[in-house]
Design a protein around this ligand. Structure first.
Ligand code: PAF
Length: 283
């Protein structure tokens, strides 16, 4: 695996691979890699002929009161994991390489970014859309792999890729879970033992919503009530930030459930905010 720090070196390497007829798989990350990230890297390197991953803690997607400075940076460990996942090129640019001048250009999307996570993090999605646009322009035509765990981010990046005609095929990969159903996240380590024991209720609550839909419920408010009732069985999780039963592309709540539906929630256990989601197809 080659570790590359500059845009020009990465472009030269990937242009040569494409000229040799090779397909490029790309897994963008901010590092502190866990099994979820590793699954994206394995997908990039096995579903395509050349596996590329990036590690860049993007300042644009952190609000001033968020944890940019304390965000974990552990390049040696991350590089070993990327190599074990079959990555050929690991792109690790500096902030100066990515943003040599004050950034005057921002990519932002309406509709899909406005509710849910957008309510509590109003500048976050524009920061993600801007850096991913830059990374797509740097890496070039490829298949890009993102986790379904951050479903709103995935829905936004799918729409951005279509709206801006990026020559990129965006693939959403299944959430990697602990045995008890808790979605993997670096934040899980910060849960107290008591909250860790209650946290799988998040996935159970969403699955209860799916069961209600599969049993014929088509009213989003009724499904939301089912999810809320199960969440309330975990004493620490009785006040979720949101429970959303939405169309999977627009993330809007439909009047009646049909087509691809996503159930999303964000729940705080103490000061650790967990997000999770599940999908269901309604015929
Ligand atoms: O999901 C992430 O890790 C980040 O938001 C991403 C897509 C790498 C952009 O910085």
């Amino acid at each position: 695996m080659l570790i590359i720090h500059t845009i020009s070196e990465l472009r030269t390497a990937l242009d040569a691979e494409r000229a040799a007829g090779k397909s490029i798989g790309f897994a963008p990350t901010m590092g502190a890699l866990h099994h979820g990230h590793e699954s994206l890297m394995v997908a990039a390197s096995t579903m395509c002929e050349v596996g590329v991953a990036s590690i860049f803690v993007n300042p644009l997607q952190f609000a001033p009161d968020e944890d940019l400075d304390s965000y974990p940076r552990m390049l040696d460990e991350d590089a070993a994991k990327a190599e074990a996942a079959g990555i050929d090129y690991l792109f690790v640019p500096s902030v100066r390489e990515m943003y040599p001048e004050e950034n005057w250009t921002t990519v932002s999307l309406r509709v899909v970014t406005e509710p849910w996570e957008g309510d509590s993090r109003p500048t976050h999605f524009a920061g993600v859309a801007t850096v991913v646009s830059k990374l797509f322009n740097i890496v070039g035509p490829c298949t890009a792999f993102f986790g379904q765990k951050d479903f709103q981010q995935l829905a936004m990046l799918r729409r951005m890729t279509t709206d801006l005609n990026f020559p990129v095929d965006v693939k959403g990969m299944p959430t990697v879970r602990e045995e008890d159903g808790l979605a993997m996240s670096s934040r899980n380590l910060r849960l107290t033992p008591e909250h860790r024991a209650q946290a799988p209720t998040v996935q159970k609550a969403l699955q209860a919503g799916v069961s209600a839909i599969n049993s014929g419920e088509r009213d989003p408010a009724a499904v939301e009530a089912v999810v809320r009732a199960v969440l309330a069985t975990a004493p620490a999780a009785d006040k979720p930030d949101y429970i959303a039963v939405v169309d999977a592309a627009s993330l809007r709540t439909p009047k009646v459930l049909e087509g691809e539906i996503r159930l999303l929630t964000a729940v705080k256990f103490g000061d650790v905010r967990l997000i999770d989601n599940v999908g269901v197809t309604v015929d």
